[in-house]
Design a protein around this ligand. Structure first.
Ligand SMILES: CC(C)(COP(=O)(O)OP(=O)(O)OC[C@H]1O[C@@H](n2cnc3c(N)ncnc32)[C@H](O)[C@@H]1OP(=O)(O)O)[C@@H](O)C(=O)NCCC(=O)NCCS
Length: 135
């Protein structure tokens, strides 16, 4: 089993390490602040620090929108548990909407994420640093 907690300073190097293991999938440069991360920790084994099994961040973009980011797991459903935890935190905080920007949209569908917001509203996205001239 494992326990999901808010990330502490001592977890940060291992969070960074887990994210660095997924360079093609996870943003490496603009990371969420440490205070927005949750970690999944294995039970304590005497004499060792608890193994960090996964991380996820719920990054508040505004009062009404948070971004689920930096989801990384060593397996065994820890990723799903971290996502459910983040969604629970958003619900408890009365944040009405959570967005995820991902190369695995199908993975997020199982948690209820969908492409079009009910009522016909859509999220549109612009990567301003990579914007090309249109001509
Ligand atoms: C994706 C990830 C978070 C899954 O976490 P996990 O702890 O292994 O396990 P989960 O229960 O959350 O997910 C496993 C399930 O997701 C499915 N899954 C994995 N990648 C998927 C994808 N690209 N599309 C759809 N489903 C996917 C698996 O097939 C598995 O399905 P099952 O439960 O029916 O067997 C983990 O593999 C990981 O850290 N990957 C690298 C970083 C990453 O991709 N982060 C998320 C996207 S931003």
């Amino acid at each position: 089993m494992y326990e999901i907690k808010r990330a502490k300073k001592r977890h940060w190097p291992r969070i960074r390490g887990l994210i660095a293991e997924n360079p093609g999938t996870l943003e490496q440069k603009y990371l969420p602040k440490r205070k927005h991360f949750f970690v999944a920790l294995a039970p304590k084994v005497k004499g060792n620090k608890r193994e960090l099994l996964g991380c996820a961040a719920l990054d508040p973009l505004s009062d009404r929108l948070s971004e689920l980011r930096s989801v990384a797991s060593k397996g065994n459903g820890v990723g799903a548990a971290l996502i459910e935890h983040c969604l629970g935190v958003a619900r408890e905080s009365d944040v009405p909407q959570v967005i995820a920007i991902t190369d695995k949209p199908e993975y997020f569908e199982r948690f209820g994420f969908h492409y079009l917001k009910a009522g016909g509203r859509q999220a549109v996205f612009l990567d301003v640093q990579n914007k090309r001239d249109s001509e």
